[in-house]
Design a protein around this ligand. Structure first.
Ligand code: ADP
Ligand code: MG
Length: 364
């Protein structure tokens, strides 16, 4: 058993924050794991995470600390998940995609671009006798509906669960990708599909949760076994409270739905951490988000959470809430294991989010 990795990231002050509120910041760094946070009443709180990325941190540092170990494991058939959490404008999408999925310059590239290269590099340096297949799916959860971003006609993907196969995104599009360029094309078309919705749905990109799923399958010819690891990245919708946004009508409905699913996520985390060792009920079924993340939170996945925050004192209440969420999540225990199964049972199960585990080898 190991705890999930929880990191905090503070973006630089935005020009709007500087203009409207000056250079007042709510954090004082102590070291790469600890900082002091000052709330709007000048009260101080000490926070400690696995790593803190301050305003001048580089994208590559976030990738190397958070994603690279998980990617190496995914290539060895161990599931992994990275989740970005925080209020709108805190730097979640920047951390995932950089300023632009295709056009970002080298040092601005986000977790996704680096992960794609990392996955292919890990595969290239692996054993030659193993045949690898890399597949990609991308969905968003908007107003409690799961939409396939690689095929917009599939706008209500059902989440199914079987005792043997775990959580399934029934009928979701899975694209085989054979090189980084192909992967980037699929990624950018998925992101463009998200943007199409954006004009129709009031900035859907921060009003929906976006989930990127890479499946690495290995065929071990000699022993006729298939191993499979999922690497999942989740760019959550903004965690700000509805009352503060002054939202009305449809935007209010969206905000309520988001708050509900993020509360469900918080409740799942509470249930997982409040009574360790006790077989209590974990309310995964309370939202689509928590059902999809069931494996990431409840067991068979190496999981990392990046808590994104503004450093401005003007956003102190939202940042404090994000950091407290991260502190609670630090206590979740996970027990990822390598997934393998017989070759003839590995095919045609549809795209499964969680891997069927017929035999498992505990690695921790
Ligand atoms: P979110 O996805 O959390 O709503 P974004 O990632 O879109 O927020 O970030 C909001 C703005 O801040 C964007 O203009 C983005 O480019 C900028 N930004 C976020 N994080 C950083 C960072 N670490 N360095 C530079 N700019 C950043
Ligand atoms: Mg965003």
């Amino acid at each position: 058993m190991s705890n999930i990795t929880v990191c905090a990231r503070f973006r630089p002050l935005s020009s709007k924050e500087k203009t409207n509120f000056g250079n007042s910041v709510c954090i004082r760094g102590i070291d790469s794991e600890t900082f002091i946070f000052k709330d709007e009443k000048e009260e101080e709180f000490k926070f400690c995470f696995d790593r803190v990325f301050y305003e001048n941190s580089e994208q590559v540092d976030v990738y190397e600390f958070l994603a690279l170990p998980i990617i190496r494991d995914a290539v060895n058939a161990i599931n992994g998940t990275i989740i970005t959490y925080g209020q709108t404008g805190a730097g979640k999408t920047y951390s995932m995609e950089g300023p632009d999925i295709l056009e970002s310059d080298e040092h601005q590239k986000g977790l996704l671009q680096r992960a794609v290269n990392g996955l292919f590099e890990c595969i290239k340096s692996s054993e030659e006798s193993v045949k690898y297949t890399l597949k990609f799916s991308m969905v968003e959860i908007y107003m409690e509906k799961v939409r396939d971003l690689l095929d917009l006609s599939k706008d209500n993907i059902q989440i199914k669960e079987s005792r043997v196969q775990g959580i399934l995104l029934s009928g979701v599009t899975e694209i085989s990708i054979s090189d980084p360029a192909e992967a980037m094309q699929s990624l950018s078309s998925g992101i463009a599909n998200r943007a199409v919705g954006e004009t129709q749905m009031n900035m859907a990109s921060s009003r929906s949760h976006c989930i990127y799923i890479f499946t690495v399958q290995q065929e071990l010819n000699r022993v006729k076994r298939v191993k499979e690891g999922k690497f999942v990245l989740v760019d959550l919708a903004g965690s700000e409270k509805v009352e503060k946004t002054g939202a009305e009508g449809k935007v209010l409905e969206e905000a309520k739905t988001i708050n509900k699913s993020l509360s469900a996520l918080g409740n799942v985390i509470n249930a997982l951490t409040c009574s360790p060792g006790k077989a209590n009920h974990i309310p995964y079924r309370d939202s689509k988000l928590t059902r999809i993340l069931q494996d990431a939170l409840g067991g068979n996945s190496r999981t990392a959470l990046l808590c994104c925050c503004s450093p401005s004192s003007s956003n102190a209440p939202e940042s404090l809430s994000t950091l407290r969420f991260g502190t609670r999540a630090k206590h979740i225990k996970a027990s990822p294991r390598a997934n393998s199964r017989e070759e003839n049972s590995a095919r045609d199960h549809g795209a499964s989010y969680a891997t069927k585990v017929e035999s498992s080898e505990r690695i921790l």
